[in-house]
Structures are given as C-alpha cells and as structure tokens.
Design a binder for this molecule. Structure first.
Ligand code: CAA
Ligand code: NAD
Length: 295
C-alpha cells in the first residue's frame, strides 16, 4: 500500500472545507480546489473559522491551528490538485458534474493516485466508470459538521481493489474518524435511514401536523436528537437534500425518498437553508428564528 502524503479536496463548500480541516489537523499537506478566487477565499475563511471553533472548544492549541493552516493551499487550477496521493471530491451532488470532473482529473493525475467521492447518494461505480482507474476509486462519505461527526462511511464498489480499500481505512484512522463499511447502494447506511425521516418531517409540516418550532422541539425533547429534523434539513442544505432525495428516489422508486413539493418550492424561491440565510429558519441574528414566511 502506497503511503499518503498529499491530499487534494475538490470543492471547498460546507463539506470540502470540513474535510480540509480534518486533513490538515491530521498532518496532511492539503490542496483545496475551487472554481474561482472568490470561492477559494470563502473556503479559506471557512477553514480558519472552523479551526478557531475547535480551538475555542479546547480541541486544538493555537500552535496546532497555525501549523495546520500552513499545510493548506487554495487553488483554482486543477493540475496542481491532481498530483496528490488521494483526491477527495466534494462538489455539487450531480452525477454529470462529478463524472466530468473525474474524467478531467484522471487525465492529469499520476496512475497511483486514489480517487474518493464524498457523494451522499450517487453511484460510486458510475463515477469510477468515468475514469481509467476503477480499482483506485472508492467512496468516503463524511458527515456534517465534519470536524465534529466521528463517522466516515467507506463505500467499496465492484471495481475497488483491496489496497484502495485498505488505504481508505488508513486515511480515516489517521484523521481520527471511525469507519463503517457499506455497499455502493444509494444513500449507503446513514442516508438510507436519515433521509426518509427528514423528508417525513417536511411532509408533517406541509400537512399541518405542527409548526416548525413544535416539530423540532418534539424531536429534540421527545426523542433526544441533538437537532430538530427541520433545523437539520437547513443545516444539510435544502438544495443538497433535494438532490440526494431525487437520486435515492430514482434508484429505489420508493415514495419514502420522493422529495416533498414544499421542498421544491422553497428551493426555487432561494431558500437553501443556512447557506442562504433562510430556510425553515431565518439566520443572521443571534439565534435562528422559525421563518415566518413559512406560515
Ligand atoms: N470544530 C469545528 N466546527 C465546529 C465544532 C468543532 N469542534 N463544533 C461545532 N462546530 C461548528 C458547527 O458546524 C456550527 O457551525 P456555525 O458556526 O456555522 O454555526 C457551529 O460550530 C455550531 O456549533 P455549536 O457549538 O453552537 O453547537 P454544538 O457544538 O452544540 O453542536 C452540532 C452542533 C454538532 C451540529 C449538533 O447540533 C449535532 O450533532 N447536530 C446533528 C448533526 C447531524 O445529524 N449531522 C449529519 C447530517 S447528514 C450528513 O452529513 C450526511 C449527508 O450526506 C447529507
Ligand atoms: P456546497 O454547495 O456547500 O459546496 C459545493 C462546492 O463545490 C461549492 O463551493 C462549489 O463552488 C464547488 N464546486 C462546484 N463545482 C466544482 C468543481 N468542478 N471543482 C471544484 N469545486 C467545485 O455542497 P456540500 O454540502 O459541501 O456538498 C458537497 C458534496 O458532499 C455533495 O456531493 C453532497 O451530497 C455531499 N455531502 C453533503 C453533506 C451535507 O450535509 N451538506 C453531507 C455529506 C456529504
């Protein structure tokens, strides 16, 4: 098994910036590729903020934070990301976009480089088929917020080699996470169970079962979850949740995964959750407030 030294993260949004955080804290020299300078700047700011948060919580010293920040660079050029030993993709949940990116990276990366997708629901096999390295392709599914959530799902597809699988386990162990193995089946273990629950919470609200506040309080106080389901929808990103639900519905044709009409209407109205400042809640003040426009 080849040794991992350099990691590249493609996409520096919610997940990509979190993966950069754990990679640089884990001691890896890391390059993050975004689509433009403004997006690079945003990703850099997110990583600095997240490292500071970890420091405030006593998980990191100031020296460790500074050393971690010295290990990362943000680039727009794909070539400088392609020379890493492991490339983790965290761009938008769209199979065509992911395949186009992988096919371009495959042309630039050395043969030994291993590719990993952080997809929530898309086929690992279909992404691997866009490259000439099906044996060096795997899923590494992180959870949000990445620095906090302990789990990574390791998704082995039909073409993945034993050495790629072992390397993925080694990477997850080195960054201090706990791995579970799962098959390349849309949503893997966690989203297969979590996504129908989140969609059901939206349906319950849509059908007038309770207000946003009461549905969320019901689940936090009555079922002990750390965050209500509608707050969690906003946290994941309503656009991302919608794409994940669509892809799971298209794989299973099971109505549990069908995106509720309200979710579509919120997205076309620009309500994407925390990332857009509004969703089931409005963000911007000290505490999120249920979005009055939602009724
Ligand atoms: N390092 C870096 N960032 C941290 C951090 C740390 N140690 N601790 C918290 N944060 C970040 C959070 O991302 C959040 O970001 P903002 O600053 O942008 O608001 C903020 O700090 C909130 O932190 P708080 O201290 O206020 O909150 P907390 O520490 O009490 O817990 C939580 C927050 C960990 C998110 C908790 O509410 C929780 O566990 N929620 C459920 C999360 C969950 O279910 N995640 C899975 C989502 S599904 C998924 O990821 C898969 C998919 O494919 C869609
Ligand atoms: P996001 O919208 O926050 O970030 C996506 C980023 O990718 C954006 O900053 C965008 O500029 C960038 N991007 C788009 N095309 C690119 C390209 N060709 N090269 C480099 N960067 C590019 O989305 P996110 O929530 O971080 O989700 C990213 C991936 O992670 C998706 O596949 C999603 O399903 C998965 N995921 C999301 C969550 C979650 O809770 N949001 C959890 C686990 C996995």
């Amino acid at each position: 098994m080849s040794e991992l030294r350099r990691i590249a993260v493609l996409g520096g949004g919610l997940m990509g910036s979190g993966i950069v955080h754990v990679s640089i804290v884990g001691g890896y020299s890391t390059v993050c590729r975004e689509v433009g300078n403004a997006q690079c700047e945003r990703a850099h700011t997110a990583v600095k903020r997240s490292l500071s948060k970890a420091m405030e919580k006593g998980e990191l010293t100031a020296e460790a934070r500074d050393a971690a920040l010295n290990r990362v660079s943000f680039v727009t050029d794909l070539g400088s990301a392609a020379s890493a030993d492991l490339i983790v993709e965290a761009i938008v949940e769209d199979l065509a976009e992911k395949k186009a990116l992988w096919s371009a990276v495959d042309m630039l990366a050395p043969p030994a480089t291993v590719f990993a997708s952080n997809t929530s629901s898309l086929s690992i096999a279909a992404q691997a088929a866009a490259t000439r390295r099906g044996d060096r392709f795997i899923g590494l599914h992180f959870f949000s917020p990445v620095p906090v959530m302990q789990l990574v799902e390791i998704v082995r597809t039909v073409t993945t080699s034993d050495s790629t699988h072992a390397l993925a386990h080694e990477f997850v162990r080195r960054i201090g996470k706990i791995a579970i193995d799962t098959r390349d089946s849309s949503g893997f273990v966690v989203n297969r169970l979590l996504v129908p629950y989140l969609l059901d919470a939206i349906r319950a609200f849509e059908q007038g079962v309770g207000s946003v506040r009461d549905i969320d309080l019901g689940m936090t106080l009555g079922a002990g979850v750390p965050m209500g389901p509608l707050a969690l929808c906003d946290f994941v990103g309503l656009d991302t949740l919608h794409r994940v639900a669509e892809s799971m519905y298209s794989e299973y044709r099971d109505s549990r995964f069908a995106p509720p009409p309200l979710l579509r209407r919120m997205i076309v109205s620009g309500y994407l959750g925390r990332k857009s400042g509004n969703g089931f809640y409005r963000y911007g003040g000290n505490e999120p407030e249920p979005n009055a426009l939602m009724g």
